[in-house]
Design a protein around this ligand. Structure first.
Ligand code: GTP
Ligand code: MG
Length: 387
């Protein structure tokens, strides 16, 4: 990933990278289904959101709220974060699932925790093993409560919000005209909305804008994809506006990160994958201005300090329809791909500390990466040996 001070300068406002920057913030929310649920269901959702807000506050959790349409990479991103800490002893940072957020007496609380436990346990192991990530299909959005324990630094609790991408899908169907609709955006899920409105503390928001809504390594029709990307852009613009409407207090402690997920798609056909899978800020901005204009415009008009928002690329793994590749024969590419989750963890850890009024620290020492010079030398060797 390139440094924050690269030439992204032409057009203010700027979207700094989280790498190396001093930032902070985090919490949770969920959007609602396209067809508006009955009033009593919305009341129940509101009560649940409020209950979750109080429980996360008293448990010392930093909420991390993910938004993104179906197939945008939400679950893969979460699993890449968990899998990294579970399987990278060099980072010297442990991660554990915490006790149920709402206890285990109440049926809803038990169900939410069972979804969280399953994702953290089975989902993480399946991701490590390279199995494909199943589509998320739950009845309610849920938080995964974890505690991160770095060596020599304070432990920190996070609660990651997981949800169905379908809940964010704009209401317009493919063959429909906008003028035939009453509204374009689904209502945010009541539990998410009331959580955002009432959580007393900083929240980290992650907005996922995928490079492609399809498999990266497939032969599908690109025109089809541009229609889907348009929907993904509108969906993010909708949730940003919903945030602006519903977030009542503590906005100054929030942090907003727009992530272009599946960034490996940018260079899927290039030969030097290691170098090209790294974030390239000019290419990233070009891509966003060209494909996510509405989402970016909403990001810019968010009523927060410009330092509270960043734009970056993200790669959860080099994944095709059969699952994640282990990259055992390409240590350069493996190194670049593996560097994404630690940088995101560091961003979230700083946010959490800053939101708690503490000095923001890096979570780990610099993630292990091969310097460009070493990679260039390997390329030269490959060339000389005809590989
Ligand atoms: N190549 C590549 N594929 C990715 C990446 N992230 C996710 N994918 C793939 O994209 C597809 C969708 O990812 P998910 O994580 O299931 O997306 P989601 O947002 O959780 O989707 P829903 O559960 O339907 O809301 C899966 O096949 C992933 O394996 C990435 O960084 N690179
Ligand atoms: Mg999912």
């Amino acid at each position: 990933m390139s440094a924050a001070n690269e030439e992204e300068a032409e057009a203010p406002p700027r979207f700094p990278s989280y790498s190396g920057a001093e930032e902070a913030g985090a919490s949770s929310l969920v959007p609602s289904s396209p067809s508006a649920p009955p009033d009593d269901a919305r009341d129940g959702g509101r009560r649940l959101g409020l209950q979750l807000a109080r429980a996360l506050e008293s448990g010392g959790y930093h909420p991390v709220v993910l938004f993104g349409t179906a197939f945008s990479g939400k679950t893969s991103l979460l699993l890449s974060l968990f899998a990294t800490l579970v399987s990278e002893p060099r980072l010297e940072t442990g991660i554990l699932l915490c006790d149920p957020i709402l206890g285990s007496v109440d049926g809803v609380g038990r169900k939410l925790h069972e979804d969280a436990r399953r994702l953290f346990d089975v989902g993480t192991q399946a991701f490590i093993a390279g199995e494909p990530t199943p589509k998320t299909n739950v009845s309610l959005p849920f938080f995964i409560p974890v505690e991160v324990r770095p060596t020599g630094r304070p432990p920190q609790r996070f609660a990651f919000l997981e949800s169905n991408g379908e809940w964010y899908r704009p209401l317009k169907k493919r063959d429909q005209r906008y003028s035939d609709l009453e509204r374009t955006a689904p209502e945010l899920q009541a539990a998410v909305e009331s959580f955002i409105a009432s959580y007393q503390g900083g929240i980290s928001f992650l907005y996922l804008t995928p490079y492609t809504q399809r498999f990266v390594y497939g032969n599908e029709d690109a025109n089809e994809d541009s229609h889907e990307i348009e929907g993904a852009s509108l969906a993010i613009s909708n949730v940003l506006d919903a945030y602006d409407r519903s977030r009542a207090t503590h906005r100054m402690s929030d942090r907003h990160l727009m992530l272009v997920t599946k960034w490996d798609a940018h260079s899927a056909r290039e030969s030097d994958r290691a170098e090209s899978v790294e974030e390239d800020r000019p290419a990233l901005l070009d891509f966003c201005y060209g494909n996510y204009a509405q989402a970016l415009a909403a990001f810019q008009r968010l009523d927060v300090d410009p330092d509270q928002r960043q734009l970056n690329a993200y790669v959860s793994g080099i994944i095709n329809k059969d699952g994640r590749l282990q990259l055992k024969n390409d240590s350069d590419l493996q190194g670049v791909v593996k560097s994404y989750p630690p940088r995101l963890w560091t961003y979230l850890y700083r946010n959490a500390l800053q939101a708690a009024g503490e000095v923001p620290l890096s979570l780990f020492p610099e993630p292990p990466r091969k310097p460009a010079l070493v990679r260039a030398f390997h390329k030269l060797l490959d060339f000389v040996s005809g590989r």
